[in-house]
Write a protein that binds this ligand. Structure first.
Ligand code: ADP
Ligand code: MG
Length: 728
């Protein structure tokens, strides 16, 4: 009997759910462990409070004296809550979060000690973090990396540690993390959007980018997950025959949440409340044991931090409930994978969502300006948007096994399509008073303020307008949202900057009125961006052919897609918007392509091992049982034995052919891996891993999965899909 598998099943069946009761109201718990505005008002002097508020609002520098005061107050607050350590908390390019704890405790001689935390420790640290990926930015002799306080994301307490959100940069100032370029992109979009807003309202001083992510994940019994080497090492199943029942009946989607999962969620949500993560919705997703969690949207930088923090604590809370969380985009073949929709919008300090239609023609013209400019930005930079969501794991979605497709397009719905069609007919140059009135009354004035019901129902478009925000749906469930948010905000910033120049030129050189100029520029944008608009779900050969005709890129795999990250246009874009230098852009490309290679390399090794060391020996064992059986039958039935052992002989033959299939393919895979490993050029190497190594996975899996159907269940070593997906 296959001991680990059956042991795991037994344990998981015996597991009793921990009951989690919520004794306090969520609103009372909210933000209790966050050094937020409310806490700062209590703990900071007025001076210090204003210093921090100015840094948050206007990016003003915090001077040393204020930093000392803030640090001292943070320490007092933290000590009052039983905290012993502090850490600079950052998001290096590994995709995980990083922390290195230091105790507040310090000795002061004469056998005495105190708790100490000063401004210098708050503001900057030099963790010995030389092993994080840097894409060649740091030479080893300059291996120093610095973390620096980000006052726009509040410090928080997790367990007994005070965590201070920080950026992570090299000695030269070059970004080594997700946060640094994001903050620069948010600054760029603020500048560009505020300037455009002034056409409509002179009082606007700041535009903030908002993000509401929706995190999908699988919850798998910890023992069962641990019994699968592929899940432990790669986060997904590399083989396994699909379960007789999967998601065909749609009986999981939005169904009642299984008890054990619900207790996990309560526990998690309580942690989230304490940390100020405003989680709001939870539900079952399409696949069995798949769930989704979404917060109320927040300022983008904070939302990104909250998502990273959430992913981190989800793992910890899951362990308390004997679960393993799988964030992988496609942990199981044949059932839905996981994504992380990024809902994005821009809003002003005067309280206007720039992507929501308004009540007056003027506010609607403002809405249309931001709406059309966003579409134009996506059209110009579609390849870059595809690149920023590329990863080995997200390749399994993006048109490979499910929507959204790898072709970026924008869904805007019927009503807005009509509005754009009308605007396309606007006269060139000056508009007659009649046309202006007509436009205001019948086009711009007629946009209903509730578009929500008219938006994408099938939810498969990679970039959809959903009433008052754009929803970037192609982002993978493992992604750090900082990456797509950096790119999206940068391309929109660049677009708005160009728009302003064009409108100003028409006003100054062609003597057009402001709204005439805006209509004129928007008309041209509508004409030139039609190719990115697509209302279908993006599935199938027809759209692929059509997209090709329209000149949209279709990069199916990560090595192909990533190139757009370092195209001449992208490098220039990031430089112009002061988001990343050429060196930083190139470093990121290198890191991502290397991560791709390593992922496929690990998967290939694990698959080879499991196939050869688990599957083949099991198949041989079963085959031997069959051979013994046939021999016995021969003894009893003599010449008649062929008739009674037909099935067994047939099985013996089939097993041999699958074993042969596994061995041949694993051997080729190892050969291809060796060849790839000898390649100097990382781009060539990535292609080799993609098209020579990974391409053999399916064949190996096919033979293993066939054997799973043939071999006695009692001796099958790997926990099966039905056990992984249906044990609650
Ligand atoms: P679904 O997409 O599943 O229908 P919702 O549309 O209700 O769900 O919201 C999904 C996410 O979008 C939530 O995180 C929500 O806070 C966020 N969201 C709603 N409005 C905005 C907005 N204006 N800007 C950014 N995110 C938003
Ligand atoms: Mg959504």
């Amino acid at each position: 009997m296959s001991t680990l598998r059956f042991h795991a099943i037994k344990e998981s069946l015996a597991y009793k759910a921990i009951l989690v009761e919520e004794k306090e109201r969520r609103s009372d718990l909210f933000g209790k462990n966050v050094f937020n505005e409310n806490t700062m008002r209590q703990y900071l002097t007025k001076n210090a409070f204003i210093g921090v508020a100015n840094a948050i609002q206007f990016g003003k520098k915090i001077d040393r004296n204020i930093a000392d005061q803030v640090a001292s107050s943070m320490k007092d607050w933290a000590l009052s809550k039983g905290v012993t350590h502090y850490t600079h908390w950052f998001q290096p390019l590994t995709g995980a979060t990083a922390e290195k704890h230091d105790a507040f405790f310090e000795t002061i001689g004469h056998g005495m000690a105190i708790e100490k935390f000063g401004g210098s420790q708050l503001v900057q640290q030099e963790p010995d973090a030389s092993s994080f990926p840097s894409g060649g930015i740091r030479n080893t002799f300059e291996a120093r990396g610095y973390t620096a306080w980000d006052p726009t994301s509040p410090a928080f307490i997790y367990e007994t540690t005070l965590c201070i959100p920080t950026i992570f940069v090299a000695y030269t100032g070059a970004a080594l993390d997700y946060k640094t370029p994001l903050l620069r992109a948010l600054h760029a979009v603020d500048n560009a959007a505020t300037a455009v807003c002034k056409y409509f309202d002179k009082n606007v001083k700041k535009v903030t980018s908002s993000l509401g992510w929706e995190q999908e994940y699988f919850l798998i019994d910890k023992m069962l997950a641990t019994s699968r080497p592929d899940i432990i090492l790669t986060g997904r199943t590399l083989l396994g025959h699909s379960s007789a029942k999967g998601q065909q009946l749609d009986d999981h989607y939005f169904g009642s949440i299984p008890n054990r999962a619900l207790n996990f969620m309560r526990d998690l949500e309580t942690e989230c409340m304490l940390l100020g993560i405003p989680v709001k919705t939870r539900h079952n997703e399409v696949a069995p044991n798949q769930f989704e969690l979404a917060p109320i949207f927040e300022e983008a930088n904070l939302a990104v931090d909250h998502n990273s923090l959430l992913m981190d604590i989800m793992g910890k809370v899951a362990a308390r409930h004997n679960f393993k969380v799988l964030f992988h985009e496609k942990p199981f073949a044949g059932v839905n994978g996981s994504g992380k929709h990024n809902n994005w919008s821009l809003s002003t300090d005067t309280g206007i969502n720039l992507l929501a239609p308004g009540k007056t023609p003027m506010s609607n013209l403002q809405f249309l300006t931001f709406f059309i400019n966003s579409i134009k930005a996506v059209h110009t930079h579609e390849a870059l948007l595809r690149a920023v969501i590329a990863s080995a794991s997200n390749d399994h979605r993006l048109g490979a096994n499910e929507a959204p497709p790898a072709i970026i397009s924008v869904f805007i719905g019927e009503q807005l399509t009509k509005v754009l069609e009308e605007l396309e007919g606007v006269t060139k140059g000056k508009l007659s008073p009649k046309e202006k009135t007509e436009l205001k009354l019948n086009v711009v004035g007629k946009i209903p303020d509730v578009l929500l019901d008219n938006t994408d129902r099938n939810r498969t478009s990679p970039f959809a307008f959903t009433g008052n925000k754009f929803e970037f749906r192609a982002v993978g469930s493992t992604a750090n949202c900082g990456n797509p948010m950096t790119v999206l905000n940068t391309i929109v910033a660049k677009q708005l900057k160009d728009f302003k120049v064009e409108v100003d030129t028409l006003i100054n050189k062609k003597d057009l009125k402001k709204d005439e100029a805006i209509f004129n520029v928007l008309r041209e944008y509508i004409k030139s961006t039609k190719d990115i608009l697509f209302e279908g779900n993006g599935y199938g050969a027809d759209w692929e052919t059509e997209a090709k005709k329209r000149g949209l890129s279709h990069n199916k795999t990560t090595p192909e897609a990533l190139k757009a990250r370092v195209s001449k246009e992208s490098v220039a874009l990031f430089e112009e918007m002061k988001v990343m230098s050429k060196i930083e852009t190139e470093a990121r490309y290198e890191i991502e392509i290397e991560a791709y290679i390593k992922h496929i390399q690990i998967e290939s090794r694990v698959l080879g091992d499991i196939a050869r060391n688990h599957i083949v020996p099991t198949a041989v064992k079963y085959q031997n049982i069959l051979i013994e059986n046939v021999k016995g039958l021969k003894e009893i039935f003599e010449e008649k034995f062929k008739g009674v052992s037909k099935e067994q002989t047939n099985l013996i033959e089939q097993i041999s052919s699958h074993i042969e299939g596994i061995n041949a393919n694993v051997t080729s895979m190892i050969d291809e891996r060796k060849k790839a490993n000898n390649m100097e050029d990382i781009e060539k190497k990535a292609y080799a891993y993609c098209y020579k190594v990974k391409s053999l996975f399916d064949d190996i899996r096919y033979h293993c999965d066939k054997l799973e159907l043939l071999v006695d269940d009692e001796i099958w070593p790997l926990t099966k899909y039905r056990e992984l997906l249906f044990t609650r």
